[in-house]
Design a protein around this ligand. Structure first.
Ligand code: PHE
Length: 346
């Protein structure tokens, strides 16, 4: 067979093989054909390589025809490769298509609990005045919860706070005041601490919960005065509620302070015009406080002649209720999302 008809045959075979790939060839299949017809060991390459050894008059036509067919096969394959690549890309795009009109999935945003928000604000104000944070255990010994705070066994004042007993001498702390003792035991004056934490009392109605959150304050140094107690608390409430908030100190009794007082603030709802919340008195009771009792100093080894101090204990839920206008304390413990969501952006 002459070289020319051989080349013609190669072209026919190559083209029909390319046709047989069908409309959706894979790139790999195309590569196989390319190697078979145009590769280094292909018949066509062999023929082109043998040209120098051909008779003079055959060289030009064989070379011309060989190169032409080579180019034709190459073009044909390239066109098909292009098509296959485009197809592959289209498929990918189709599979990965993103419908930007589909509504997004809403991520529910969390928020802090109103009691936490209140505690944070309180801590913020007191720490600006120089108080440091201290923590104490919720399961407390009788000694720290009562004894060292000048509440002897069988003293009637123990009845002021209905206690959950864990055993004869361990209790769920009824107040944060034991942290006063724990702190003074481990450091010398000046002591200026704030102690937030949960406390427990056997008591439950719309304004009492068996577990609630208190913040204890304690300041002990030389020459700490009643006037300073009044100043610090006044400053606190003006910052916490508003500048027009007024304070009233009512004589009271706590075994661990002498003198003791209960603090009322001017009603945040009616501004002292009289309303249901303040029972028309214009005043709301918010905390207990006083000057640290000398027996408390003795219990921790401080010299009562050298040091004086003040302490206060304030219920956080109560302030949260006043601040946000919450009428039932139980809402703060039920964790009903319809209620809690209202504080999300605060
Ligand atoms: N511990 C008292 C209570 O829980 C509050 C208080 C603290 C009073 C510090 C005086 C001094 O009721």
């Amino acid at each position: 067979m002459s070289h020319l008809s051989k080349i013609e045959e190669i072209r026919t075979k190559a083209f029909s093989e390319i046709e047989s790939l069908g409309s959706y060839p894979e790139l790999q299949e195309i590569e196989v054909i390319r190697v078979r017809y145009l590769g280094r060991k292909s018949e066509l390459t062999e023929i082109l390589r043998s040209i120098p050894s051909l008779p003079q008059d055959e060289r030009a036509p064989v070379g011309k025809m060989g190169n032409l067919v080579r180019k034709q096969i190459e073009d044909h394959l390239n066109a098909i490769i292009e098509k296959a690549k485009k197809l592959e890309q289209d498929q990918k795009l189709h599979q990965e298509k993103i419908d930007i009109t589909v509504p997004g999935k809403r991520i529910e945003e969390g928020g802090l609990h109103p009691t936490t928000l209140t505690a944070q604000r309180m801590i913020e104000i007191f720490t600006k005045m120089g108080f440091d944070i201290e923590y104490g255990p919720e399961v407390e010994t009788d000694y720290y919860n009562f004894e060292a705070l000048n509440v002897p066994k069988h003293h009637p004042s123990r009845d002021m706070q209905d206690t959950f007993y864990m055993s004869d001498d361990t209790v769920l702390r009824t107040h944060t005041s034991p942290v006063q003792i724990r702190t003074m035991e481990k450091m010398k004056p000046p002591v200026r601490i704030l102690s937030p934490g949960f406390v427990y009392r056997h008591d439950q109605d719309i304004s009492h919960s068996p577990m609630f959150f208190q913040i204890e304050g304690l300041y002990v140094d030389k020459n700490v005065s009643c006037a300073q107690l009044k100043g610090v608390l006044t400053e606190f409430f003006k910052n916490f509620f508003s500048e027009e908030t007024r304070l009233r100190f009512r004589p009271s009794f706590f075994p661990f302070t002498e003198p003791s007082a209960e603090v009322d603030i001017s009603c945040v709802v009616c501004k002292q015009k009289g309303c249901r919340l303040c029972k028309n008195t214009g005043w709301l009771e918010v905390l207990g406080c006083g000057m640290v009792h000398r027996n408390v100093f003795k219990a921790v080894g401080y010299d009562p002649k050298k040091y004086t101090g003040f302490a206060f204990g304030v219920g956080i839920e109560r302030l949260a209720m006043l601040k946000y206008g919450i009428s039932d304390m139980r809402l703060l413990f039920e964790n009903d999302l319809r209620f809690l969501k209202q504080f999300r952006t605060l």
